[in-house]
Design a protein around this ligand. Structure first.
Ligand code: HEC
Ligand code: HEC
Ligand code: HEC
Ligand code: HEC
Ligand code: HEC
Ligand code: HEC
Ligand code: HEC
Ligand code: HEC
Length: 354
């Protein structure tokens, strides 16, 4: 049976694409025969989509949950309370911070100082000494199922086909796509913001949860729904979902807002290198650590700015953001010797200041 399947793959792929080298047929056949259900794994996709695979492998999606060994090799240190032998997986540690999962599947909380922050290579407390199950799978895994336990570990909730966000989490299982030599009908391509919002959201997309003077992280979907971008653009209008950081941005603010950009270009701030993002997408959100007043570590996606002197960024109990950037974050982070009334004086003329 297996031999027959392998034969079929080779014939079909050969028929549809004469570009593959012979060692690639061998690899593909192996991936197909080792598939978990219809999930073949990103390495198989990478045989034909070489460039996309390389980009993806250089982005956070590919490294969300890593074996201890891999994270160690990438330079993540272990918390003081344990040694590498006590660590099964490392959560993240690619862009902002790392947390650690023990051999029993529970998140390591012993003694606190259990979250490693990349920005200053320092440690902070994450639920010190509490019992924390690793129940983070819906947003960190490929083909996550709530039932069962990965590797029967007591501390883990649910199971998955692959750790981290692989090609097939976004495109669906790829075996048939490969067996048909790349039929587009056999993959899913969801360009909606809601598709990304499945993971880039928190609790209820209608609100923007906050705490400690910052928006909480992974809420880009909640945030964008408060701006006119939310109804008119998708995440992938601006982002190539396979790339990381600034390299993922495929269209600039100025491409769509040529009028504003034209005015702003000649202004004193424009000339000094202050960017659209500095004001409209400040670090109003915090994932790992805040190193300065009003400076978090994730760019907000609310875009809208309210310069009124009385405008508050958060509700009075601090648990929700209001849905716009205020002058603390948009202006005073740079003009730290000024105040909100000063900033309010530039309402309506900000882009044209000479
Ligand atoms: C044997 C080579 C091959 C492999 C392996 C392969 N693909 Fe493809 N894929 C193709 C080809 C060829 C196309 C272009 C089809 C077209 O444009 O008509 C394609 C197109 C796509 C598209 C675009 C579909 C669209 O509607 O535009 C996606 C998404 C995709 N592949 C994802 C994957 C994923 C995920 C995997 C791994 C599970 C994978 N591919 C493995 C050959 C391959
Ligand atoms: C986080 C979700 C996500 C992941 C992970 C992902 N893709 Fe995509 N991919 C998309 C979306 C959304 C599009 C459509 C983008 C657009 O049209 O702007 C897309 C488009 C594509 C296309 C069509 C050409 C293009 O680039 O627009 C191919 C081929 C493709 N993906 C292959 C892959 C492969 C191979 C992997 C893994 C190495 C992968 N994708 C991982 C979401 C994802
Ligand atoms: C609703 C989806 C969701 C859930 C549930 C979730 N996360 Fe995340 N997480 C994300 C997204 C999206 C990001 C990246 C975007 C951001 O932080 O704004 C992220 C980022 C992270 C990072 C930083 C990664 C890096 O490379 O710096 C860590 C660490 C992390 N999450 C840990 C956890 C832990 C631990 C849990 C469970 C207790 C959890 N997350 C549950 C969606 C989620
Ligand atoms: C299955 C959950 C999931 C889906 C769906 C998802 N993401 Fe993510 N995304 C994550 C997690 C988790 C991280 C944090 C990874 C890290 O940095 O360690 C992340 C990180 C990112 C980052 C920053 C990481 C980097 O290296 O630049 C961007 C940008 C991003 N996602 C965009 C998107 C877009 C656009 C889509 C929709 C096409 C999408 N994501 C869909 C879970 C998801
Ligand atoms: C693909 C085109 C496109 C790109 C790229 C784009 N915008 Fe927009 N932007 C729009 C559209 C469309 C609207 C809605 C127009 C309206 O409200 O009349 C909008 C509205 C806005 C608004 C008003 C928001 C509100 O909710 O009131 C601001 C501010 C803004 N954009 C800033 C930016 C910044 C800053 C960037 C770059 C980070 C950017 N835009 C990139 C198309 C774009
Ligand atoms: C108008 C364009 C635009 C849209 C729409 C957009 N983004 Fe972004 N996003 C950006 C820019 C610009 C950055 C900053 C990139 C950089 O320079 O690192 C960014 C950064 C990010 C980051 C990394 C944050 C950080 O501080 O490193 C994540 C995660 C992200 N976007 C996710 C999303 C998701 C999910 C959506 C849809 C809900 C989305 N974006 C929609 C323009 C956009
Ligand atoms: C990223 C840092 C940064 C941010 C954010 C920022 N500025 Fe500036 N601003 C500058 C710099 C640098 C200059 C100096 C330009 C020059 O040499 O004249 C400047 C100059 C100014 C000036 C004097 C320019 C003139 O010609 O009169 C005013 C007024 C001003 N900013 C207001 C604001 C307001 C209001 C905000 C928020 C909406 C803001 N700035 C946000 C960096 C910033
Ligand atoms: C110094 C801070 C700052 C910079 C830099 C900045 N903006 Fe703005 N922008 C604002 C403020 C503040 C508002 C809200 C309107 C007001 O109070 O004047 C605004 C409003 C807007 C609006 C909606 C209203 C309108 O005027 O059309 C758009 C669109 C916009 N900006 C786009 C951009 C783009 C594109 C860039 C870069 C070329 C940019 N902004 C650079 C502060 C800034």
């Amino acid at each position: 049976m297996r031999t027959f399947k392998t034969f079929l793959v080779v014939v079909l792929v050969l028929a549809c694409s004469s570009m593959l080298a012979s060692q690639d047929y061998g690899k593909l056949s192996k991936y197909i025969s080792q598939a978990t259900g219809d999930y073949v794994g990103s390495a198989a996709c990478g045989i034909c989509h070489v460039q996309t695979h390389d980009w993806w492998f250089g982005s956070g999606h590919a490294h969300k949950l890593r074996d201890a060994e891999e994270a160690r090799g990438a330079g993540v240190p272990p918390p003081d309370s344990v040694s590498w032998d006590d660590i099964k997986w490392v959560i993240g540690g690619f862009n902002w911070k790392a947390r650690f999962v023990g051999n029993d599947g529970y998140i390591i909380t012993k003694g606190g100082m259990n979250q490693f922050n990349l920005a200053n290579r320092g440690w902070t407390d994450y639920h010190p000494d509490e019992t924390k199950k690793y129940d983070c799978g819906p947003c960190h895994m490929t083909n996550y199922k709530e039932t069962g336990r990965q590797e029967f570990l007591p501390g883990v909730v649910g199971r998955w086909t692959f750790p981290s966000v692989h090609c097939e989490e976004c495109h669906g299982p790829g075996k048939q796509h490969i067996l048909t030599g790349g039929s587009p009908a056999e993959v899913t391509v969801n360009k909606s913001s809601a598709g990304c919002g499945k993971c880039h959201f928190r609790t209820d997309p209608a609100i923007i949860p906050a705490s400690g003077g910052f928006i909480k992280h992974h809420e880009q979907y909640n945030e964008i729904l408060k701006s006119n971008h939310g109804t008119q653009l998708n995440c992938v209008t601006c982002h190539d979902p396979h790339k990381t950081g600034s390299s993922s941005i495929k269209i600039t603010c100025a491409d769509c807002h040529a009028d504003v950009a034209g005015v702003y270009e000649g202004s004193s701030m424009g000339q000094s290198g202050v960017t659209c993002e500095d004001c409209h997408m400040p670090l109003m959100t915090k994932s790992a650590i805040s190193l300065k007043k009003w400076v978090g570590d994730v760019k907000t996606h609310m875009f809208k700015i309210n310069l009124n002197a009385g405008a508050k960024p958060f509700t009075s109990d601090g648990t929700e953001a209001k849905g716009y950037v205020t002058s603390e974050f948009a202006c005073l982070v740079c003009h730290y010797d000024r105040d909100k009334s000063w900033a309010a004086g530039y309402k309506g003329v900000i882009h044209g200041l000479r």
